[in-house]
Design a protein around this ligand. Structure first.
Ligand SMILES: NC(=O)c1ccc[n+]([C@@H]2O[C@H](COP(=O)([O-])OP(=O)(O)OC[C@H]3O[C@@H](n4cnc5c(N)ncnc54)[C@H](OP(=O)(O)O)[C@@H]3O)[C@@H](O)[C@H]2O)c1
Length: 321
C-alpha cells in the first residue's frame, strides 16, 4: 500500500539532482554506487523528469535493478525539457525563466514517460514541479488524480507552490507531500507553507536542506559552470555577508562536535515530525554523515541560538521562488 510505503522510509531522503552536473560532475558509476547506497538505507530518492533530461530517472532505474531493497522514488513533471513540447514561461529569482506545462495531456504523457524511464509500474510519489500559470490548478491536479486512479501513481505532491494553493489542491485530491526550499539558509516556508502543509497533514520535503551546500561551510569559490553562479545568495556582497553569518553556525557545530551539515539537518528535523530533508551529495560517505543527523537531538538552548543567528529572512539574496 503506497501510504504505508511513505511511512516506512526514513525522515532523511536523497536528492539525486546533484548527479547531473549542477554543482560539479559525477560519473555514472559513482552515481550508481551512491544511489544503491541510498536505496539500501531506505531513503526516499528525489528526482524529476527534467534532471539531465531523463538521464537521472534512467540512472535510478539501473540502481533499483542493482539494489535488493524496495525503493521509494519521488519524481516531478512540469518543466518542459523536450524540444517538441511547449508551455508557459515563468520567471525565477535566479535570473532565468522556466517553461512549464501542467495541461492534462502533458501530465499524462509525462507520467507514461517517467514510468518507462524508471522501469516501474507505479510512481510512488508524483509532484507538480511548478504550477503552470497558463493551466487551471484544477486541471493539473485532476490529471494527477486520474493517474492515481489508473494505478500509475501512488501519491501526489506539489512543489514550489503558494500556501493557499496547497489547500486548494488538497480539496481535489489528497496531497501527501509538499516540496519547498527550507533550511537555516532560507526559512520563508515558515510564513505560509508550513502552516498550510501542517493543516492538511502532509509531509514537508525540504529541497536544498544544506542551502545548496552553503551551510556545510565547504563552498568558498564556485567553478565556472556551477549552477549556483545563478543564485544571488552566492554572488558578490551577498556571499560575503552570508559567509559572516555562517561563522556563528559553524561555531555551534564545532562546540557540539557534529559537522555543520549534521547541525543544519538536525535543526530541520527539530522543526516537525513530518519534515523530510533530501540532501544531495556526490560522495557516498556523506550519505552516512547526513543520515547520522537523524540521531542528533538539539537542546532548546541550541535551537534558540540558531534562531537568533539565522531568523527568517536573515541571509541575503533572492531565491528561486
Ligand atoms: N523542487 C525543486 O524545485 C528543487 C530545487 C532544487 C533541488 N531540489 C532537490 O533537492 C535536492 C537537494 O538540494 P540541493 O542539491 O540543491 O542542495 P543541498 O542538498 O542543500 O546541498 C547539496 C550540496 O551539499 C554538498 N553536501 C552534501 N552533504 C554534505 C556534507 N555532509 N558535507 C559537506 N557537503 C555536503 C554537496 O556536495 P558534494 O556533492 O560534493 O558532497 C552538494 O554540493 C536536489 O538534489 C534535488 O533533488 C528540488
Amino acid at each position: 500500500m503506497p501510504g504505508a510505503k511513505l511511512n516506512r522510509i526514513k525522515n532523511m531522503g536523497y536528492g539525486a539532482m546533484v548527479l547531473e552536473g549542477f554543482y560539479g560532475n559525477c560519473d555514472d558509476s559513482t552515481a550508481m554506487e551512491i544511489l544503491v547506497h541510498a536505496i539500501d538505507n531506505n531513503m526516499m530518492i528525489d528526482t524529476a523528469d527534467a534532471y539531465g533530461s531523463g538521464h537521472n530517472e534512467n540512472l535510478i532505474r539501473q540502481a533499483m535493478e542493482r539494489s535488493s531493497s524496495d525503493a521509494f522514488v519521488a519524481t516531478k513533471f512540469a518543466i518542459v525539457f523536450e524540444e517538441d513540447q511547449t508551455g508557459s514561461e515563468i520567471s525565477t529569482g535566479w535570473g532565468f525563466p522556466l517553461t512549464v506545462n501542467g495541461t492534462r495531456a502533458y501530465v499524462r504523457r509525462a507520467v507514461d514517460n517517467s514510468l518507462k524511464r524508471l522501469g516501474v509500474e507505479q510512481i510512488d510519489l508524483l509532484y507538480a514541479h511548478f504550477l503552470d500559470p497558463g493551466t487551471p490548478l484544477e486541471e493539473t491536479i485532476s490529471a494527477m488524480a486520474d493517474a492515481v486512479r489508473e494505478g500509475k501513481v501512488g501519491k501526489i505532491g506539489l512543489s514550489n507552490v503558494k500556501g493557499h494553493e496547497i489547500a486548494q489542491a488538497n480539496l481535489i485530491h489528497p496531497v501527501a507531500a509538499v516540496q519547498y526550499e527550507y533550511s537555516l539558509f532560507r526559512r520563508e516556508a515558515e510564513r505560509d507553507i508550513i502552516p498550510a502543509v501542517n493543516g492538511i497533514g502532509a509531509k514537508l520535503v525540504c529541497w536544498s536542506p544544506l542551502g545548496a551546500g552553503f551551510l556545510t561551510g565547504t563552498v568558498e569559490k564556485l567553478d565556472d559552470g556551477d549552477f549556483r553562479n545563478n543564485n544571488p545568495r552566492f554572488q558578490g556582497e551577498n556571499f560575503k555577508s552570508n559567509a559572516q553569518r555562517l561563522e556563528g553556525i559553524m561555531e555551534i557545530a564545532s562546540s557540539l562536535k557534529v559537522t555543520p551539515a549534521q547541525l543544519a539537518l538536525a535543526w530541520l528535523l527539530a522543526q516537525g515530525d513530518n519534515i523530510i530533508p533530501i540532501p544531495g551529495t556526490r560522495n557516498k560517505s556523506r550519505i552516512d554523515e547526513n543520515l547520522a543527523a537523524l540521531d542528533i537531538r538539539l537542546s532548546t538552548e541550541t535551537l534558540r541560538e540558531l534562531d537568533s543567528i539565522a531568523p527568517v529572512g536573515a541571509f541575503e539574496g533572492a531565491t528561486l521562488v
